[in-house]
Structure formats: structure tokens, C-alpha cells
Design a protein around this ligand. Structure first.
Ligand SMILES: [Zn+2]
Length: 484
């Protein structure tokens, strides 16, 4: 991790002065002085780390619809109240309730041995006694799609697509479609089950779960991810023998929909209290780890950021609203519920940003604001630069949950978290507290603190935003350099 450089009050004012010759500063000197004090305070605070430690220790896994999901809601309400938010409440969200019971697999012949798998979220069960079938390997999802009709009858499809590692996580998009849609495509060719090389960048013997869905009108088949070394093992077996028989035993339960909640806390604004600076993270997690990186870290970052402002006894002009979304992992369900419940005030949402990509540090400020507001974003980036944040693009979606807002005209920011290692742990039993570097999450919290404070007190308009085009990728376009 890069070292954090500290800047003085003189530097902040100097930056404001420098840019004011080209562009009227959107911030008063009192706002900038407070920002400087907040920065020093946040860079000496372990609040974000402490919040994730508490959440992952006291609640642990928070699978949507589970008892722990509801315990997390109560935990969040109590925590927000203790932190001193003015307004703390929850809003109901109807969520799916899927439960993992058993996920086992083994090679039956000709090389009998166990395999490490995990059922994909929403997968149905195999028969109680398991199912045994030959596997057919596909290099990627497109290869499976190209398989002739009926060519997989009675077989297990095995998609073996390796994910690539990038700081911004752009290796995820090309492989994750196979996880969400692979089972139905395989079933349409006659397959009785799907095995997917884990969507991850590690070589650990853990499999990565994640949600999948069944297409209407197509037979549902069980679906599981294999750990990376087990996918390699199967590939080596297939090079030696064409008939590799696998036994798959997956037992899951699909219950009627349950009720979960978006948990919301506000720092009430003063002169523009009806306008909202929205920061968020998601409270739910997968079931096998403790949801530390995904997304306990985000919870720590946004709650910690709000705490800095509350503890400094500052009142922002706009209301700062923190939303901990329900059911992100199973399809942005809490985010859609928030969008619908707050439709009448979306035009009062000044800007929105979500932390949902691990602990950081944050290395770039992306945005989606009007052309005329770009200088303001440049100036915000200049104020964040001493923390190691560079100015990014203007194509942001604001993070997974916030991505439902730009299509309705809400400006967003993307405070890009360094995700180089994120997909080593994402959706695995290994997503635990020890993966969170305290210094990284402290920097991320500091950036969110400054972002929230400055956005809540800026005096420029960010609308109208460039609306996303149909089919536009939700990830920033690849950058030619600087990525590992
Ligand atoms: Zn997440």
C-alpha cells in the first residue's frame, strides 16, 4: 500500500486559491478549514476498522433472508443511534430466502477423489442421493453457448474460464455471466448440472459462490463453483481420459420470500436540509465467510465517515444520508426498493456513492455529473490528491446499489477502491476480518469523510448528468496503463 502523505491547512487553502483563479471555488473557506480538520481527525481514527470488527465478530455471515440478516439490521440501527445520527430508521424490503445445506462433489472414476465446490446462490438441489454424470469442459461461456442442442444430454457442463486480475476489477464482467446464466444455457443443451470454475483470481482451495438465476421455461439444474485448483485438476484428468464421472451432492432450501430492511441514518442538513448527499454500502453478505471485505468494509467506511462529521460537531448544509442496503448480493433488491420508495425525492439527491469493493485504499475519483460541473469534480480530486486519489472518468455508475440511480438522472461518484486482491477472497469462506488492512480502510474512510463533507457544502449544480446509454457497460472503460 502506498504511504499516506499529510498536507497542511495552508496547502488546502492554497489549492482552493489556485483553482479559484480559473474557476470560482464551490467551497467557502470555513468549509475548507473544517475539511482540513476532518482529514487530520480521520487519519488518526480507527473507527472504520472498529465498525467492521464489531459487525463481523458480533454478527458474522449475513445471508439475505437469514436470522443473521435480521440481527445485522438490529445491529446497524443500534450502531447508528449510538453514533449520534439525527434520524435513524429502516425500510422493509421483500427478499428471497435461500439456504445452503450440503455441497459436495467427488470424482467417481477413473481417478476417485474429492473435489472442493460450493453451490451457487439460488441453486436447486440434486436428488437426495446425489447425481453422477460425465463432465464436458468448455473454455468459456461462449463455447458452451455454441454447443449443439442435445449435445449435453445427461452430462455435467464444466465452464473453465479464468478470471484476470486488475486493480479496478474489470476481469469480473467477462466471466460472471457464466455464473448467473450458465445453468440455464447448459440445461437448454440437455445438461443435468453445471460446474463453474470459481469467479476469482486466487489459487486457494476455496470455491467462490455468488448468485445465479434460472431462465423462464428452461429446466432448472443444480449449479456449483469449483475451486481454481480443482478446475485445473479436472482439466488434467480430461487430458488423460475422456470419460470423467463426477458425483455431485447439493442440498439447498428455497423458502418463501422474507422481509429484510434497508437501514438508514441521517445527519440533518441546515440551509439545504431537503437535499441529500447519499453514501452507502450493503449490509448483507454471502454465508460462508463473515462478509468482511464484501461488504463489511463498506459499512465501516461510510459509517466511519459520518462518525467523523458527527464527532467534529459539524452541521452540513445538505443532509448526509447513509444507507446500508439489504439484499445486494442476490440482485440489488434493497437498492431497487430504495429507488422506488424515494422516487419523489430523487430529484433532491445531490450526489450518491457506494463503497462496495473491499477496504481500499481509494485511488481515483470517478463521477457522472454535468459537463459544466466537471471543474468542480476536478477541484474535489485536487483536494483528495494528497491522500493518493487521482481524477478519473465521468462514466461512473456510483457502485452496484447506486447504479439504479443514474438512469433516473441522479449524479453519482465512484470512489475507486483498490481491488487488486479483492477477488482472491470475494464470496469465499476466506472473506474474513484479517484481510482488511487497517491503514487502507482508514484512508478510504478519510476520503469518504471529505467527499461527504465537501459535497454537502458545495454551491454548484451537478445536473443534468449524461444519462447512461442502453447497453453501456457498468464498469469504467479499461485504462491503457497503471494497472497491475
Ligand atoms: Zn458487495
Amino acid at each position: 500500500m502506498r504511504s499516506l502523505s499529510f498536507i497542511t491547512k495552508a496547502t488546502l487553502s492554497g489549492l482552493a486559491l489556485l483553482s479559484s483563479s480559473l474557476y470560482a471555488s464551490p467551497y467557502s473557506s470555513a468549509t475548507l478549514d473544517a475539511a482540513e480538520a476532518l482529514k487530520q481527525q480521520a487519519l488518526n481514527s480507527s473507527d472504520a476498522y472498529q465498525i467492521v470488527e464489531d459487525l463481523t465478530t458480533e454478527i458474522g455471515p449475513r445471508l439475505t433472508g437469514s436470522d443473521n440478516d435480521l440481527r445485522a439490521v438490529d445491529w446497524a440501527l443500534a450502531r447508528m443511534t449510538t453514533l449520534g445520527f439525527n434520524n435513524v430508521y429502516k425500510e422493509p424490503v421483500e427478499v428471497p430466502h435461500w439456504v445452503r445445506r450440503v455441497n459436495q462433489a467427488e470424482v467417481i472414476s477413473p481417478y476417485p477423489q474429492p473435489l472442493v465446490i460450493t453451490a451457487l446462490g439460488n441453486s436447486i438441489s440434486t436428488p437426495k442421493a446425489g447425481l453422477t454424470a460425465a463432465i464436458v469442459r468448455f473454455a468459456d461461456f461462449d463455447a458452451l453457448k455454441a454447443a449443439p442442442e442435445g449435445s449435453l444430454t445427461g452430462k455435467l457442463a464444466f465452464i473453465d474460464h479464468k478470471m484476470e486480475r486488475y486493480r479496478d476489477g474489470r476481469g469480473y464482467g467477462p466471466v460472471v455471466k457464466a455464473r448467473s446464466q450458465g445453468a440455464s444455457v447448459a440445461a437448454s443443451k440437455g445438461a443435468v448440472g453445471l460446474l463453474l470454475r470459481s469467479v476469482g483470481t486466487d489459487s486457494a482451495r476455496f470455491a467462490h459462490t455468488g448468485t445465479m438465476r434460472y431462465a423462464d421455461g428452461i429446466t432448472k439444474i443444480p449449479a456449483a463453483a469449483l475451486s481454481a485448483p480443482d478446475a485445473d485438476q479436472l482439466t488434467r484428468m480430461l487430458a488423460r481420459h475422456s470419460d470423467i464421472q463426477i458425483k455431485l451432492d447439493i442440498q439447498t432450501e428455497i423458502h418463501p420470500p422474507a422481509t429484510s430492511y434497508n437501514v438508514i441514518g441521517e445527519i440533518s442538513g441546515s440551509s439545504k436540509a431537503d437535499e441529500i448527499v447519499l453514501i452507502g454500502a450493503h449490509l448483507d453478505s454471502w454465508d460462508e465467510g463473515t462478509g468482511a471485505l464484501d461488504d463489511g468494509a463498506g459499512v465501516g467506511i461510510v459509517l466511519g465517515a459520518a462518525k467523523q462529521i458527527i464527532d467534529a460537531n459539524l452541521t452540513p448544509e445538505r443532509t448526509i444520508r447513509v444507507v446500508l442496503f439489504a439484499a445486494e448480493e442476490v440482485g440489488l433488491i434493497g437498492a431497487k426498493a430504495y429507488r422506488d420508495a424515494h422516487k419523489s425525492e430523487l430529484d433532491k439527491h445531490y450526489i450518491a456513492a457506494e463503497a462496495d469493493f473491499g477496504a481500499g485504499p481509494i485511488y481515483a475519483l470517478h463521477s457522472r455529473v454535468s459537463e459544466t460541473a466537471l471543474p468542480q469534480m476536478d477541484q474535489l480530486a485536487a483536494l483528495l490528491a494528497p491522500l493518493g486519489v487521482e481524477r478519473g472518468n465521468n462514466n461512473s455508475w456510483g457502485g452496484p446499489d447506486m447504479s439504479v440511480l443514474p438512469p433516473l438522472g441522479v449524479p453519482v461518484a465512484g470512489l475507486a477502491l483498490d481491488g487488486t486482491d479483492y477477488f482472491d477472497y470475494h464470496h469465499t469462506p476466506d472473506d474474513t476480518l484479517d484481510k482488511i488492512p487497517p491503514k487502507a480502510i482508514q484512508q478510504s474512510m478519510t476520503v469518504y469523510t471529505l467527499f461527504s463533507w465537501l459535497m454537502a457544502n458545495s454551491n454548484t449544480e451537478l445536473r443534468p448528468i449524461p444519462l447512461p446509454k442502453a447497453g453501456e457497460s457498468r464498469r469504467a472503460p479499461p485504462k491503457p496503463k497503471a494497472d497491475k
